[in-house]
Design a protein around this ligand. Structure first.
Ligand SMILES: N[C@@H](CCC(=O)N[C@@H](CS)C(=O)NCC(=O)O)C(=O)O
Length: 205
């Protein structure tokens, strides 16, 4: 059985968790304290000491995109969450890319505002991150369906990536207010009715 390593707040770990659940891929979940006690031990799984890591029969896999590629290419065709080819695949991967880029900037914002000692915070950089986040969220909001899913009648990989990113930002006080992104907020709320999303919500595990 696959093992997914990573904590409940990470948008990258959550995307993998949602992906596995939507596909019906059996796995167990292990939390790793990569900022504390597990730092040295975890470097055997990922020399960069980052999550997610997924332990598979092919070894420990690192980096969300490579893990998702493994999940997609291991799954039966009817379990895959990415369109097979063409314009639909390009569009889906671009939504995932935008959601991923927002998640990266959101994580950087958290490191700057929550982990860095206050007297070492560089205000201009924090402002740059905030601007990038607002612009990225506005672009994603403009492409988000008012009803249903990015995947149409059923959620696909874009829904997994977007919901993971939006729910993560819900844990970041400066970006937790959903009123500026009504379609994204509605998508995230709709997702809670689906067990594959609800089971890994940051407040649920
Ligand atoms: N590009 C990586 C990013 C993973 C990442 O930044 N994970 C964070 C948790 S949200 C982490 O492990 N941070 C620890 C560190 O960077 O030292 C991926 O997509 O897997």
């Amino acid at each position: 059985m696959l093992i997914l390593y990573g904590g409940k707040r990470s948008p990258f770990v959550r995307r993998v968790a949602i992906w596995m659940a939507l596909q019906g891929t059996p796995h167990t979940r292990e939390v790793a304290d990569i900022f504390g006690a597990d730092f040295e031990r975890f470097s055997a799984r990922n020399p960069l000491v980052r999550v997610p890591v997924v332990t598979t029969p092919h070894g420990d896999l690192i980096e969300t995109a490579a893990i998702i590629d493994y999940l997609e290419t291991s799954a039966d065709a009817d379990q895959r969450l990415l369109p097979a080819a063409g314009a639909e695949r390009i569009a889906c991967l671009q939504i995932i890319a935008l959601a991923n880029a927002i998640a990266e900037k959101g994580v950087a914002y958290v490191y700057e505002t929550e982990r860095r000692p206050p007297d070492l915070v560089w205000g201009d950089w924090v402002q740059r991150l905030a601007t990038q986040l607002r612009q990225g969220l506005a672009a994603l909001e403009a492409q988000t369906p008012e009803a249903g899913w990015f995947g149409g009648a059923n959620p696909n990989g874009a829904d997994a990536a977007v919901v993971a990113t939006i729910d993560f930002l819900g844990t970041v006080p400066d970006f937790a207010d959903p009123t500026a992104r009504p379609h994204l907020d509605a998508l995230a709320r709709r997702s809670l009715a689906v067990q594959a999303f609800a089971a890994s919500h940051p407040s649920a595990i």
